[in-house]
Design a protein around this ligand. Structure first.
Ligand code: TYD
Length: 196
């Protein structure tokens, strides 16, 4: 199964991705976007530096380039070999951040992203929903998006809600404001409901 975890900054995705991967077993491949290949990790460094100014479309293409390399060289081979893949952010992050918050348009970024990933959408996307105020309080504030504050996180959250409606067959929304253990149980319930 190919499962992605999505949410605003500070929604607890990375912790939940780790716990989910542990629950699925030692063979599970966990990936973190942007990153996961040498080229994608270098792109990550560039994107993570808030002092580098970037046009929103260029930003989208950099995330997309990192993703295309990761898909071709890591995700697709793993899926073809029958390995479970857990992604700490994936294509929906571009739709929410570049499409929603950067205002390139969610439907535009959805269709461009569909081309970038060659239709390889996750079997299941778990959207961890927390209030933007809470998420921002938890985030360390050091990356390009966190440093832009509450308004940006609100726009991201709104775009995620839109994605959850458009892709309701694939996206499950869960309340991520409980304890780590509670949220993990909710994630596992959704995964089991999807046959995982
Ligand atoms: P990440 O390191 O996952 O941050 P965090 O652990 O705080 O969730 O992601 C870095 C930032 O990049 C994050 O603010 C979200 C953003 N992002 C996009 O804007 N578009 C994308 O396509 C992806 C994958 C991430």
């Amino acid at each position: 199964m190919f499962i992605s975890l999505e949410g605003i900054d500070g929604s607890g995705k990375s912790t939940q991705a780790r716990l989910l991967a542990e629950a699925l077993g030692p063979e599970t491949l966990t990936i973190r976007e942007p990153g996961g290949t040498e080229a994608a990790e270098r792109i990550r460094e560039l994107l993570a530096d808030p002092s580098v100014e970037l046009d929103p479309f260029a930003e989208l293409l950099l995330f997309s380039a990192a993703r295309a390399d990761l898909i071709a060289r890591v995700i697709r081979p793993a899926i073809e070999a029958g390995v479970d893949v857990v992604a700490d952010r994936f294509a929906d992050s571009s739709v929410a951040y570049q499409g929603g918050a950067r205002e390139l348009g969610t439907s535009y970024v959805l269709s461009l992203t569909d081309t970038v990933i060659d239709g390889l959408w996750p079997d299941l996307t778990v959207l961890l929903r927390v209030e933007p105020e809470l998420g921002l309080g938890r985030a360390d504030g050091e990356d390009r998006f966190e440093s832009e504050g509450l308004e940006l996180q609100r726009a991201v959250a709104e775009a995620y809600d839109e994605i959850a409606q458009i892709a309701s067959d694939r996206v499950s929304v869960i309340d991520a404001e409980g304890s780590v253990e509670e949220v993990h149980r909710r994630v596992m319930d959704v995964v089991k409901d999807h046959g995982g």
